[in-house]
Design a protein around this ligand. Structure first.
Ligand code: PMV
Length: 318
């Protein structure tokens, strides 16, 4: 069996998180500046598969047989083997990732996608993107309860998408390249806990919270058009509108609000929390000339990590 290298990018949600869980649309883009890389080789030790984690701060070798039944690596491997009706092979799998973990940048979905692609190819089967996406979603469900599926979808297809739970995934046109900055609050909270909080709030006070979801839905519809026509200032304003709605939904935090304000005061067109919220990252967009000022401002206002990158416009070879 030949060695296989399989990669998957991170992601950010530009518009529509949380409302997407309730059937509204959302827009997500892949972040190629961070990625999971999975290398699969034939096993060196006969009859034993080994997983080697090789992240900057985490080096560990774990025999496959010792992974517990809910381990996301084990689940992804078993799901793909069941799908292609083959027994898990004996392999050595080296996993390295530059996607921050549990930070709303898609680390778990990227791992599921990269493993699904890698193991199927190692076994000589090339799956379609739809198959990879469905298998990655199955793995995500074990870890996250009832995710909308936006993370695995944008990461599998590797293109900006307009996602709605009940509809086929549609690729979205982005007229001009957009410079984005992702800034970390340094705080971590599991997305499923924040999703559960929103559910509780909706059950307790539907007349207050339901219109907020509808407002986010409207923002997403307008944002899809603004992205198509390259209206950068409008995109920025819509990000701020989206952040205000997420704040009303009670999924923001002092740190997230501080970073959003920092980006805006230093010249960003727009900024908002991204992903589950309560912690994790914000996403800001800015013109190339102000990216450095925005990044420096974010660091002095408490950001613990910055990713400065670009979403390529549809006409710029993306
Ligand atoms: O996985 P995260 O933290 O990027 O959040 C996903 C976005 C949510 O809408 C909050 C949840 C979901 O399943 O769509």
């Amino acid at each position: 069996m030949p060695a296989i290298i399989s990669k998957a990018p991170g992601k950010t949600i530009l518009f529509g998180e949380h409302a997407v869980v309730y059937g509204y649309p959302a827009i997500a883009v892949p972040i190629d500046a961070v990625q999971v890389r999975v290398t699969i080789l034939p096993a060196i030790t006969k009859n034993q598969s080994i997983i080697k984690i090789r992240n900057i701060n985490w080096h560990e070798d774990i025999p496959f047989a010792e992974l517990d039944e809910y381990d996301p690596i084990r689940i992804s491997i078993e799901n793909v083997c069941a799908h292609i009706k083959q027994k898990p092979p004996h392999f050595e799998m080296i996993i390295s990732s530059s996607i921050p973990i549990a930070a709303g940048l898609g680390s778990s979905a990227a791992l599921a996608v990269a493993i699904t692609k890698g193991i199927s190819q190692f076994l000589g089967t090339y799956l379609s993107n739809d198959e990879i996406n469905a298998l990655a979603y199955k793995s995500e469900k074990v870890q996250h309860g009832s995710p909308s599926g936006i993370d695995n979808s944008v990461i599998t297809f590797g293109k900006p998408i307009l996602f709605r739970k009940t509809e086929p995934i549609s690729q979205i046109e982005i007229k001009s390249s957009i410079h984005i900055i992702l800034a970390d609050t340094g705080k971590r909270i599991l997305t499923k806990e924040v999703v559960a909080l929103v559910k509780q709030n909706l059950e307790k006070e539907p007349e207050f919270f339901k219109p907020i979801l509808a407002e986010i839905g409207d923002v997403v519809e307008e944002a899809a058009k603004a992205l198509l026509y390259g209206e950068i200032k409008k995109i920025g304003n819509l990000m701020v509108r989206n952040h205000i709605a997420l704040k009303k939904l009670r999924v923001s935090s002092i740190e997230l609000d501080r970073l959003v304000e920092s980006a805006l005061k230093n010249g960003a067109f727009g900024a908002k929390l991204c992903g589950g919220g309560k912690g994790g990252y914000i996403v800001a967009i800015c013109e190339p000339a102000s990216c450095e000022r925005v990044s420096l401002g974010l660091v002095s206002d408490g950001a613990t990590h910055i990713i400065s990158t670009m979403i390529k416009g549809s006409k710029q070879g993306n």
